[in-house]
Ligand binder design. Structure first.
Ligand SMILES: Nc1ncnc2c1ncn2[C@@H]1O[C@H](COP(=O)(O)OP(=O)(O)OP(=O)(O)O)[C@@H](O)[C@H]1O
Ligand SMILES: O=C(O)[C@H](O)CO
Length: 506
């Protein structure tokens, strides 16, 4: 075995390296630097003067660690800061022993915890107000550092993410009305793009509102992306990005989900006002928006690590989406095609699976998929290969079991891998959420091999029954003493999920 580790140990190391690349400390150190005099802050290729004029605000799940890292780097210049983070996160970070992600005892940064259950609540509203006040008090000499991260994206629950931690509805819209509308939209299947278009239209701070409040101060936004494709205007509803949407876009979305007729009067008022707003959309010329962490950065690091372990490694896609069952079929077919290409006696033979794989890839509509390139690389590899991907598939919840989309995907892939023999190739698939929490469970995900179905039968575990009840966590807790679960604890970051498919000739 390459490097004396088992395949499972290697997969775990690769997952950890992906998560390590998007930890708050390293991300901020990569992006920010002070000149030796300590008077100039460099952010990528831009330089800002520091003279007791630095302020900080932030919102999102990973923002506590990002703020701690910013304080460590720039603490002596920081006049004041306010961050809005999920309820209980400070205690959880302390419990996880991640001291470096906590603020110093006499920090200049005030922490608000809110948005219990990922819903914008009164505590989050208070935080948003404090952030707004800080921003509005700034002058042209000041520099505002904005730290942004989200919670999740695709089939997410109603209010989560940076968006839920910065609620500032435009009066007369109330917090409750906004909450109800976003809940309804999410329940009817609205995408994060659609949800956040509506949120922006009803919010004082989203869609560039925060940047506008801070004007004429300089604004530097450091953004950890939790949305496929890293769209600045969607992540946490783009508080420092000019919104490209108009009222017509909002009405179309509301129409599409059958919500236009039942809109509260306040929402109608705000939308009609926006329509005739003489100021037009916010301008954000004083803002520098920088994506400091993303799924592709995490995968690039895992790819480097895999190559260091002796694999031929390729990133397939950072936009894996679609129903977990289809995504699992995709990985099952991919494993079969890759295994055939790695087996000299089969390598030249066209496989029926290959046609199916391409058809399924087309159905899944993965914008950045490098399938041909990956298969060519596998054909040339003549040794172990590691195919990496990221994104956020979706689960149709039908049962009442406990699980998450990563564990459910892994379990489905395990079944797919066991359908037919894969030849003299060991195959392992791992799926993990980079935040360390898969759905409502305390694990990041799970890994499987092609023996899963037979080993589960030997333990009298009925995989199909667990899948039908969306009970992947219970399955993996019982299966082989829970050893296939990925325990990472809270990681302090969040760039969606990471998938690894390892094919290792025996
Ligand atoms: N029993 C279950 N089995 C499978 N998936 C589940 C189950 N219960 C909840 N989920 C899924 O878990 C997801 C919510 O969990 P989680 O908080 O990990 O995701 P998120 O908020 O989208 O973002 P992120 O993981 O990026 O923080 C939803 O996609 C939901 O469908
Ligand atoms: O905050 C949000 O809106 C989501 O997490 C996407 O960033």
């Amino acid at each position: 075995m390459t490097s004396g580790m088992t395949l499972a140990e290697q997969a775990r190391q690769l997952f950890d390296s992906a998560v390590g690349a998007v930890q708050p400390g390293p991300m901020l150190q990569r992006t920010l630097s002070l000149d030796p005099s300590g008077r100039q802050l460099k952010v990528r290729d831009r330089t800002f003067q520091l003279r007791e004029n630095l302020y900080l605000v932030g919102f999102g799940k990973a923002v506590l660690g990002m703020a701690a890292a910013a304080e460590e780097l720039l603490g002596q210049h920081l006049v004041q800061g306010v961050i809005s983070v999920p309820k209980g996160i400070q205690a959880a970070v302390e419990h996880a022993g991640k001291q470096e992600m906590l603020l110093k005892p006499h920090s200049h940064i005030q922490v608000f915890e809110g948005a219990e259950d990922n819903l914008p609540d009164r505590d989050a509203l208070r935080a948003a107000l404090a952030i707004q006040q800080l921003a509005e008090g700034l002058t042209a000499d000041d520099l505002l550092l904005v730290l942004i991260s989200g919670v999740g994206a695709a089939d997410r629950e109603p209010g989560g993410g940076g968006s839920a931690l910065l609620p500032a509805p435009i009066p007369p819209v109330t917090l409750e009305e906004k909450q109800t509308l976003t809940k309804l939209l999410a329940a009817r299947g609205a995408t994060i793009q659609e949800l956040n278009t509506i949120r922006k239209a009803l919010s004082q701070l989203k869609g560039g509102g925060l940047a506008q409040a801070a004007y004429p101060a300089q604004v530097v936004s450091l953004i950890l992306s939790d949305v496929i494709g890293d769209p600045l205007e969607v992540i946490a509803s783009g508080p420092t990005v000019a919104s490209a949407h108009n009222v017509q876009d909002c009405l179309q979305i509301l129409n599409h989900y059958g919500l236009r007729a039942a809109l509260p009067r306040s929402v109608k008022t705000v939308l009609s006002r926006a329509d005739s707003d003489p100021h037009g959309p916010h301008t954000c010329g004083h803002v520098l928006n920088v994506i400091i962490g993303s799924n592709s950065l995490a995968l690039a690091e895992a790819q480097r690590q895999a190559e260091a372990l002796g694999y031929r490694a390729m990133v397939l896609s950072t936009a894996m989406q679609g129903d977990v069952r289809s995504v699992a079929r995709f990985y099952g077919l991919l494993a079969r095609v890759a295994a055939a290409r790695l087996t000299p006696s089969l390598a030249e033979r066209p496989l029926e699976e290959e046609t199916k794989l391409h058809q399924l890839a087309a159905e899944l509509q993965l914008p950045d998929l490098q399938l041909e390139e990956a298969l060519e690389a596998v054909a040339k590899a003549q040794g172990p290969v590691c195919l990496l991907a990221g994104g956020e598939p979706t689960v149709q919840l039908q049962g009442s079991g406990k699980g998450g989309r990563n564990q459910e995907l892994a379990l489905h892939v395990g079944v797919e891998l066991g359908r037919q023999p894969l030849g003299p190739i060991d195959v392992l698939f791992l799926s993990g959420g980079t935040d360390g929490q898969d759905g409502p469970t305390k694990v990041a995900g799970a890994w499987v091999t092609s023996d899963l179905s037979s080993q589960a039968s030997a333990e009298s575990l009925d995989v199909a029954a667990f899948l039908a009840d969306n009970d992947s966590y219970t399955f993996f807790c019982r299966f082989q003493g829970g050893t296939h679960l990925l325990h990472t604890g809270l990681t302090g970051t969040n760039v969606m999920d990471v998938h690894l498919l390892i094919c290792h000739p025996q």
